[in-house]
Design a protein around this ligand. Structure first.
Ligand code: GLN
Length: 459
């Protein structure tokens, strides 16, 4: 069992291990195991030096909240001097020229970037198989997909390559790999965390969020990366609560919703039963009530999500024309990225306008309103994360519709802009299964409290 994030932080602060030792320890594990797992695409050569500087600050009592922790970063988040390839040949030789807001904040709190993580190309996919630099293996279920698109970030946590990781989530890309790799992950509310320095997949859904071994680690990372930024007009001025303090408070007397429509959508019913079992245990322990609720139109989430993604992704990729950054995308990208570019171009044509895109926006609105009504009845909603277990590497899902169905439980939160997180719920056939909690927008403290309580009770 690795140390909990809280224990690790304390050991570093007390000088029982130095920040440099912490980083060196992880680098050794990466050097030993990354060839097989392929979670890290690039190691930060200056990580040990940076950690030594942090050690000096610890000694003089000036160290920040993340002092000496190792952080892996998804390869679509800009870090100065490191390759931001988006796991694509298109940006293969592109190096960050500035720090994303989240990275500047992490560095200001003395976190050490250990390396850049593998991912599905341009954050399109659900399995971790579409990276131009090879698939990632699942350290918690070897030989199976780790989930995606933040595949490397989740696998890096599960493999013991870092303390914390950053991912991005447009339709489930933090939550799905967190579930498959048996770790914790959070998609913050839209506007909670600055997207400045994130390579867009779909601007109106993308959020950067943390992956961690435990809810405490996720809360700590959220504390550091959340908040208003002048660089991202979509960030909210809502005050960031003290997540760490609120986490200690625990929870009582919640109203928990389980969505009636979700049972049928679960192709592996064992996942649904596991989710129900853990939810009832959690409810009993916290004197909470569980209620079946309806989320009308939630079955349209996939149909609403993909046309919007295609159109925004197509538009966002126009800058990769081979002149300013890297190669021309159409000539260097993989199959799924090309499908979205071509599909997005078609949908954007004037004659189709009312046919797909407008309809998708309408469905998005109906789904958001459904959540608003639901959150008048219940405090949080619990659901499975994915409808099936991770498949074996090499048995690729070839039908894009089957791959898209993977996102049925995760896309609704992005469509509605609410926050959602995943915690390990247990195992089926030895494979980790995470449970998803959804909470109203800007109620991350409630989400984290529920995650911490569930974490205590799953096995
Ligand atoms: N699987 C979803 C998609 O392919 C989500 C990806 C993501 O969240 N980046 O769009």
């Amino acid at each position: 069992m690795p140390l909990s994030t809280g224990q690790k932080l304390l050991k570093i602060r007390k000088g029982e291990i130095t920040a440099a030792e912490n980083i060196k320890g992880f680098l050794n594990v990466i050097r030993k195991n990354n060839t097989a797992i392929n979670a890290i695409l690039h190691i930060n050569d200056t990580a040990v030096k940076e950690a030594e500087a942090v050690d000096k600050k610890i000694k003089s009592g000036e160290a920040g909240k993340l002092a000496g922790l190792a952080i892996a970063v998804k390869s679509n988040i800009s870090v100065i001097g490191l390759p931001i390839s988006c796991a694509s040949k298109t940006l293969e030789n592109y190096y960050g020229t500035f720090d994303a807001d989240v990275i500047a904040k992490i560095k200001a709190e003395d976190g050490v970037i250990i390396g850049m993580a593998n991912m599905d190309e341009f954050a399109c996919g659900s399995s971790g198989e579409s990276s131009a630099f090879g698939r990632t293996d699942n350290p918690a279920a070897p030989g199976r997909i780790p989930g995606g698109t933040s595949s490397g970030s989740a696998a890096a946590i599960a493999a013991g390559f870092c303390d914390l990781a950053l991912g991005s989530d447009t339709g489930g890309s933090i939550r799905n790999p967190a579930s498959h790799c048996g770790v914790v992950g959070i998609k913050p509310s839209y506007g909670r965390v600055s997207r400045y320095g994130l390579v867009d997949m779909t601007m109106s859904f993308d959020q950067i969020g943390p992956l961690s071994n435990d809810a405490y680690g996720a809360a700590l990372a959220m504390q550091v990366i959340s908040g208003k930024s002048e660089n991202d007009a979509a960030t909210s001025a809502n005050k960031v609560p003290n997540y760490l303090r609120l986490l200690k408070k625990g929870l009582k007397g919640l109203k928990i919703g389980i969505v009636s429509e979700f049972e049928e959508m679960c192709s592996d019913k064992r996942i649904y039963r596991l989710m129900e079992g853990v939810t009832h245990k959690f409810a009993a322990a916290t004197k909470s009530g569980v209620k079946q609720i309806k989320l009308p139109y939630v079955d349209l989430a996939i149909q609403a999500y993909y046309p919007i993604v295609y159109v925004e992704f197509f538009s966002g990729t126009r800058k990769f024309d081979g002149r300013k950054y890297g190669k021309k995308i159409e000539e260097s990208c993989g199959e799924e990225v090309l499908r979205r570019i071509l599909g997005g171009r078609e949908i954007s044509r004037a004659e189709y306008h009312g046919t797909y895109y407008r309809k998708a926006l309408k469905a998005k609105k109906l789904i958001s309103e459904g959540f608003e009504r639901a959150f008048k009845e219940v405090d949080i909603i619990i659901s499975p994360t994915t409808p099936m277990l991770p498949h074996k590497l090499g048995t690729k899902i070839t039908d894009p519709r089957a791959m898209y169905a993977y996102d049925a439980y995760t896309t609704p939160a992005n469509l509605a802009g609410i926050c959602a997180g995943v915690v390990p719920a247990g195992r089926i056939d030895g494979i980790p299964v995470g449970l998803q909690i959804m909470a109203p927008a800007f109620k991350e403290e409630l989400l984290l409290q529920a995650m911490a309580e569930i974490e205590k009770r799953s096995n």
